[in-house]
Design a protein around this ligand. Structure first.
Ligand code: NDP
Length: 314
């Protein structure tokens, strides 16, 4: 199998990966970055990004990612198409297999593979993608000012998203499949106390409807019970908040993760339990999951990689 040796390998092409590439190339680490399954990352599925500092008029997600990519390439980052399929991080240099056909050996590795929002798996979620369906209230909530939205899920994320949206939208429905919320008590209390949030327990989503975007949601109340009932709600936006899955599977044999799969880092740093292996962005962040925080940790990972490599060569 073909093998190539590099000093600094970055896996992932969201804000974390590209920012790491900008810093690493400016530090003469000659980074190689593999874009992965979704070049540009999660932001390529959003429309307007209005909360990334420096864009007073906003920018589309795909455009912003293209800019970050160009900025990294300007300083010599070698950005390639390819998917990391397997790793061996048992000893340095670390080995990462690309597309099952090539091995990259690297002294320092930056994991920036992100996380993937979970969807219900309905055809309509794809049909209305970017047209009323979103998995990020902080990103897209602003477009629903004074409108009616629904959030699906019963965990802390769903409550947080519903609370955030309640400050913008006229009415928020929280669609929960069980007769109770899984979220922490304090979050539940906040939700129940908020006047414009209505919690719909024991409701399952079966579809969406609308001509030029989401205009409503088809629900089933008490699915499978004798009193099962079909309910249609008129809404303008449909938000998924049923969890995220960090893309950490191929690193798990070597790098410590939490029970969900988020890579564990030393608090306040992007250092994993394997020296020379750093994690940045959503793959290591169950809390903030913002482009700007991902970019910040990408920067930190590149600075850490530079220091690590400097010490190696001493
Ligand atoms: P969780 O796994 O905690 O909750 C997922 C929710 O989505 C559950 O209510 C679950 O329902 C529901 N769900 C899953 N699949 C479906 C489906 N197919 N149809 C309908 N509903 C579905 O994920 P979260 O993202 O909420 O939280 C992840 C972790 O992050 C948790 O540990 C949480 O505490 C933490 N977190 C903490 C925050 C904070 O402290 N501020 C904020 C956000 C997250 P069911 O209950 O029926 O399984």
């Amino acid at each position: 199998m073909m093998t190539e040796k590099v000093r600094c390998l970055i896996i992932g092409s969201g804000p974390a990966g590209y920012t790491a590439a900008i810093y690493a190339s400016r530090a003469n680490l000659f980074p190689v970055l593999y874009e992965g399954l979704q070049p540009g990352g999660q932001l390529t599925t959003t429309t307007e990004v209005e909360n990334f500092p420096g864009y007073p008029q906003g920018i589309t997600g795909p455009e912003m990612m293209e800019d970050l990519k160009k900025q990294a390439e300007r300083f010599g980052a070698d950005i390639r198409i390819g998917i990391a399929t397997k790793t061996d991080l048992s000893a340095a240099p670390y080995k990462v297999m690309i597309d099952d056909e090539k091995v990259i050996e690297t002294d320092a590795l930056i994991i920036a593979t992100g996380a993937t929002a979970k969807y219900l798996g309905l055809e309509d979620e794809k049909k209305y993608a970017g047209m009323g369906v979103s998995a990020c209230a902080t990103c897209d909530g602003f477009f629903y000012r004074k409108k009616v939205v629904a959030v699906v899920g019963g965990g802390d994320t769903a409550c947080e998203e519903a609370l955030y949206l309640s400050g913008l939208a006229k009415q928020v429905y929280l669609i929960v499949r069980k007769p109770f919320l899984r979220a922490s008590k304090v979050m539940q209390e906040r939700v129940f106390k908020t006047e414009n949030i209505q919690v719909l327990f024991e409701h399952n989503t079966i579809g969406l409807f609308g001509k030029n975007g989401v205009e409503g949601v088809h629900l089933v109340k008490r699915k499978g019970e004798s009193d099962e009932e079909k309910v249609d709600l008129t809404i303008d936006g449909f938000f998924l908040a049923i969890g995220h899955q960090p893309n950490s599977e191929i690193f798990k044999p070597w790098v410590e993760t939490d029970e969900v799969g988020y890579i564990k880092v030393m608090p306040g740093t992007p250092r994993t339990n394997v020296s020379g292996v750093f994690a940045a962005g959503d793959v290591a962040d169950p809390h903030y999951r913002q482009a700007i925080t991902a970019a910040g940790t990408g920067c930190m990972a590149a600075i850490e990689a530079e220091r690590y490599l400097m010490n190696l060569s001493k």
